[in-house]
Design a protein around this ligand. Sequence first.
Ligand code: GN1
Ligand code: MG
Length: 376
Amino acid sequence: MIKIPQGRDKTLDQLPAVAEQFTASGRVLDLREYGNGNVNDTFLVTVAGAAKPHFILQRLNLRVFRRPELVMGNLVTVSEQVCRRLGRAPLGADRRFEVPRVLLTREGRDHVIDPGGGFWRAISFIEAAETFDTIKDAGHGREVGYALGRFHTLLSDLPPDRLADTLPGFHVTPGYLAHYDEVLERQGARRAPEVNYGLAFVAERRALASVLEDARAQGRLRPRPMHGDPKVNNVMLDTATGQAVSMVDLDTVKPGLVHYDIGDSLRSGCNPRGEETGDWEAVRFEPELCRAMLQGYLSLARDFLTETDYAYLYDAIRLLTFELGLRFFTDYLAGNVYFKARHPEHNLARALVQFKLTERVESQAAVIRAIIRDLK
Ligand code: GN1
Ligand code: MG
């Protein structure tokens, strides 16, 4: 008998039955929570007697992904594109790279709806690989950068309009700011010192919010396929060699700016304490990790970045860090309706980490710009 993880959550009662539908034999040996996503619920399933012993089962958060069928369509488009490109130009014997594939049920469907309306889908598991929440050293940083560069390169000839817009407004910072204003108006201000710090922090940076959207509107930056959520723990590294072998969590793949990805990847990777640290005042942005990650990224992406693209890289790092802080802060003020929170102040704590990180980016602007210039 399979033990259901998180026994208190009644909505997970269907989990074993759902998992079985994605197996040929129906024999699920083990089911366990996997990773620590802030939006979907993710499980690792172990199957008896199958050629592939594991797969990933996920319940999509339908408050965030309102058109799950479009998410599934994008997943198929991306994995087919990656297979086609790697089939045409294999990476060579010393590298593997793959992305998760959509798995079907015994009836040939790409998802299962449980009696409570939950939307479940399965994807392949990348074997013999692991993820980390933070970057250990420069070598790891280069591999994380390489993974994003590889991902962008593999999608570089996919017309962005082949991907559905599954999350309208995702990474459009002025939209998050407008939402923040609405929430504040509804909730009124609060008095805790951390909240006041956040309010002042946002107030001082309102003008920054539109830097990438303005460039996009002026035609200086153009939409391309993007990952959308390239944080450190979405890069899988080979357990034996430490080489990056996959970018996972493809639900946010859609047309966007590669700057969103580059900024998000660096804000995640250059924060050695990680985004969940409780010690927000000690958060720092590590320029040497920034150099390593960009080296890895540019070893592949140098060719498709334009002069103008380079000109906005620093802004992207600063903006995406600020944006995530703003998103967490707004969600805290709104009562934790978007990001899963383990306690009522969790999203406030996460926001403070990103705000502090933004300050560290700003105070090291000259150093970061010099690194970008060196590596160009
Ligand atoms: C969310 O669910 P997860 O952890 O993969 C969020 C990202 C944030 C990230 C911060 C769809 O990703 O944008 O950067 O949390 N995903 C969505 O940890 O909003
Ligand atoms: Mg994600």
